[in-house]
Every structure is written in structure tokens, then in C-alpha cells.
Design a protein around this ligand. Structure first.
Ligand code: CP3
Length: 330
């Protein structure tokens, strides 16, 4: 590409009227499990916004179901787990994911999209800590105290849980790449809860094995979390090609923290997209000025908020393409 590439986390979903229309007819998990519907939801933002990549429409909890987890996604709440994982026995009861058997509909959606999307398709999975946070809490949580209590109280069971989830997520991402995903993103949305020391002890080994296990494939690997300013160096050490950065740390400072061996993705505050265009324009321009050159994928620092006007996102794509080209070649 001859300019800065741009896509948005949660570019599909509730900010788009066409997604809301689809959701009136189908539950979110039904969309995830029906390749034609998942493909339609994936392509909606590509058509409307002009982004440079599609992200598979699914959810991080989708592969947990064939692992034996009884789950629902409750509108306005998030994933809810019927029987939380709170002991070594619960951990051992999780079945390893065999993607072709457990989530054939995901792989079918990826194959179809890889052939027709017209832009690269990003596959994704939830990272072990973030998946564990839903499994242990039983649902969304503000401070993830049950998850951390389990981690501190039963380190052996915790490591087994990280290992089991890590192996399954690795198999899941490899299967998506084999089906045609051009890049993969590991969402560790809530790992910013941890100190660097605890991240290194309780999380880094399993994440490192995921990125190592993808190294022989020719797909860029992105590692993303929220509130991870203090972890950026550790996250780079886990071995991804790209580290996602939220809005709390400017990209030039993030670049110092990760080192030059990884590219950066980010980092406009999603709430800025609710402000007038002039404000969005000036903040986006500032981000481009502070981004590494080359080695920057423009994105928000977290997902698009449901109340966002999609026309702002469309203008943002055009702005990034114009200013990115000036920065790289002007
Ligand atoms: O374009 C896209 O990125 C959409 C595909 C996508 C969804 N979930 C669909 C979805 C992706 C990449 C995800 C990942 C996901 N799911 C993450 C990691 C990304 C992040 O935001 O940090 C997490 C933590 C989850 C768990 C989850 N699922 C949450 C927190 C919610 C929101 C709950 C709510 O209603 O506010 C969900 C539900 C969900 N997943 C929705 C969508 C479009 C909205 C619910 C709906 O349509 O009913």
C-alpha cells in the first residue's frame, strides 16, 4: 500500500444500521454460526467505510462452546457463562478445540470471505487471559477480581488453564490462516489489569507459545489489549509482528516502549468519534504525526462505540489515506 492502512476494531456491529437490521432477524450467535450471515456482517463495513481490511464477524467466545462451555451473549451485557471455571477439575473438563470439528462454520465463512472480500481478511481469537476472565467470572467484570484470585490462589491450575486455552486458540488461528485469513489478531482486551511482573509470570508463556506456533505461517500477527501502557514492552516480547495501542500512550512513546522490531496499530480514542469532525481531524492528524514511519496501521484504541455515526468513520478513512500518503511519500 502506498499510504497508511486503516481499519476499525468493531467496525461491524451496532454502529451500522444495516447490522441492526440483520440483528432484528437473527441472534448474534446465529449470525456467527451461519457462514452467509457472518460474511454479510463482515462485508457491511467494507462496503460503507472503505476500510483496507475486513475483520471476520464472530466473537471471542464462539470457540469456547465446542470446548464444552455453556454460554450466551446477552444484549447490552456481553458473554455470560452458565457454569464458571473455578477449580482444577473445571479446567481439566475443558475439551481441546479441534477447529474443523468444533467450528466448521467459522472456517467456511473465512474461506468464502477470503475469496470474495476484495480486501485482506483479518482472523481473530481471544487471548488466554481475556477468555479466562469470562470463564472464571461467569460474565463481564469491572476489575476481574475472581480471575485474579484464582490465578494467585491456584497457580498450577491457572497455568493449566492458560495452556489449555493457548493450545486451542493456536489451533483456531492456524485453521483460520489455512482457510485464507491474511492476518490474525489476538484480542487480550482485559490483560491491562495485570502488572508487568504478573503478566510475565502468569500470561506471557502461553501467549508466547501462540505467536511462536504461528511463526511458520506467512500471516502478520497482531497482539492487542486495553490499558496496557505498562505492558507494551512485555507484549512485544511475546513475539507478535504488530502491537495494538490504546489512546493512553502516544505512538512515539509506545514505539520507545516496544522497540522498533514491531509495528504499531492504533490509537484514536473511540469516544473522539462522537465529537465534531474538526476535532476528529486534528486528533487523527496528530496520531499520524507521532506514528512510526513506516510500521503503522491506523485504528481506534478500542472498538467503535455503538452510537458512532458511520459517516465520521468514512471521513476518517479518507483522511488517513490522504495524510498517510503525505507522511510516507510527501
Ligand atoms: O467488526 C468487528 O470487530 C465485530 C466482530 C467482533 C464481535 N466481538 C462481535 C460482537 C469482534 C472482533 C468481537 C471480539 C470481542 N468480543 C472482544 C474483543 C474485542 C474488544 O472489544 O475488546 C470481546 C472482549 C468480546 C466480548 C463481547 N461480546 C462484548 C464485551 C460484547 C458487547 C456486549 C454489549 O452488548 O455491549 C459482545 C457482544 C458482541 N460481539 C456484539 C458484537 C457486534 C454486540 C452485541 C449484539 O449484536 O447483540
Amino acid at each position: 500500500m502506498d499510504t497508511t492502512p486503516v481499519w476499525f476494531m468493531r467496525q461491524a456491529g451496532r454502529s451500522l444500521p444495516e447490522y441492526r437490521a440483520l440483528r432484528e432477524r437473527h441472534g448474534i450467535l446465529d449470525i456467527c454460526r451461519t457462514p452467509e450471515l457472518a460474511a454479510e456482517a463482515t462485508l457491511q463495513p467494507v462496503r460503507r467505510l472503505g476500510v483496507d481490511a475486513a475483520i471476520l464477524f464472530s466473537d471471542i467466545v464462539v470457540p469456547l462452546e465446542p470446548m464444552g462451555v455453556d454460554l450466551a451473549i446477552v444484549p447490552g451485557v456481553g458473554p455470560v457463562i452458565e457454569s464458571p471455571v473455578r477449580s482444577r477439575r473445571d479446567v481439566d473438563a475443558l475439551k481441546p478445540l479441534v477447529p474443523e470439528e468444533g467450528v466448521p462454520y467459522v472456517l467456511e465463512a473465512v474461506r468464502g470471505l477470503a475469496a470474495t472480500a476484495g480486501v485482506p481478511l483479518i482472523g481473530f481469537g481471544g487471548a488466554p487471559f481475556t477468555l479466562a476472565s469470562y470463564l472464571v467470572e461467569g460474565g463481564p467484570s469491572k476489575n476481574h477480581s475472581k480471575t485474579k484470585a484464582f490465578m494467585y490462589a491456584e497457580p498450577a491450575a491457572w497455568h493449566r488453564l492458560m495452556e489449555r486455552l493457548g493450545e486451542s486458540v493456536l489451533a483456531y488461528l492456524r485453521a483460520q490462516a489455512a482457510a485464507g485469513a491474511a492476518a490474525v489478531q489476538l484480542f487480550d482486551s482485559w490483560v491491562g489489569e495485570l502488572s508487568s511482573e504478573d503478566f510475565r509470570r502468569y500470561v506471557l508463556p502461553s501467549v508466547g507459545r501462540i505467536f511462536d506456533g504461528l511463526a511458520d505461517l506467512d500471516v502478520p500477527r497482531i497482539y492487542f489489549g486495553v490499558g496496557t501502557g505498562e505492558l507494551l514492552g512485555d507484549m512485544a516480547e511475546a513475539g507478535p509482528d504488530v502491537v495494538g495501542v490504546d489512546w493512553r500512550v502516544p505512538l512515539d512513546e509506545a514505539h520507545r516502549r516496544t522497540g522498533p522490531q514491531v509495528a504499531l496499530q492504533g490509537n484514536l480514542d473511540p469516544a473522539l468519534c462522537l465529537a465534531p469532525w474538526k476535532v476528529v481531524e486534528s486528533r487523527a492528524t496528530e496520531i499520524l504525526a507521532r506514528a512510526p514511519k513506516p510500521g503503522h496501521i491506523f485504528n481506534l484504541g478500542h472498538g467503535v462505540l455503538p452510537e458512532t455515526d458511520p459517516s465520521i468513520l468514512h471521513r476518517l478513512v479518507e483522511l488517513v489515506h490522504m495524510r498517510g500518503a503525505e507522511k510516507l511519500y510527501g
